[in-house]
Design a protein. Sequence first.
Length: 310
Amino acid sequence: MASIKREIKDTINLTETHIVPSLPHPIRLQEYGVGLFKSALTKSALKKALKKNYITVNERIATSATLINGGEHITISIPKDINPTHTLIFPLTVLFEDDYLAALHKPAGILVSGNTFKTMANALAQNIKRSTRYDAARPQPVHRLDFATTGILLAGKTSSSIRALNQLFEAKTIHKTYYAVTIGDMEAEGTITSNIDDKPSQSHYKVLESVASKRFDTLNLVRLKPLTGRRHQLRKHLYSINHPILGDKDYGITNLILKGKGLYLHAYSLSFNHPFTNETIHLKDDFPKRFKKLFPSKIAEIMANNTSHL
């Protein structure tokens, strides 16, 4: 249960400066600067700082198109609250943690980040230990999960780990497995390809078990592997083949929308090579109870396995 603690508000400008070392080739500031500054660690935060003219390069206001060649002085100055007007108190389950990164369970009904006060980003610092590394930073999520989606969320704890994890996601070397409950008789396995927001997207699916339903005819436990990371990709893809996710109010068939039970979409696992220890990391997050009620034996079988291949 989230609660709020009120505090006195005061504001200062936080300024950070970075001198660019020699670079093998020019790179845009909005790419080079990801994870570089504690006050704008993520790609979205950096873009926002650029739009608000908070960043200068060699004392000139920078833009997203500014090229970094090496030797520049980059300065970021962002107004910050010394004591925020509210402190979010929101206990989270930590699935994995070391000095570089952490993985936590994201409940349904909370945003990962954004302008809203109640977000996973705002709750991270109270739930995980501060890194002892030289570039320790306020922990930041490095990918997105929808408001209604449950499951595993990865966060970086240092400037270099946030940057490295963002690069792994961009290179598609972090492998994600989701599970969903879908409606209707489906093909046993398939690949869905489409453009989302004018960008190519692709997802693999496999039906693991189907059960009869009076209201929905058939409900399926489906394993999903997104090969790209577009907004609402899995939900849109399943809706596009007329097999929407149970409980999806945005991408559902009007007379088959289940209300009050939540979205049956769960980010179950992440697999990747640790960018600093080079260990193979495979993380899992237990299924919500509502999944287990529908497919108890199959989910017990999945949980007993160490991997989750399609």
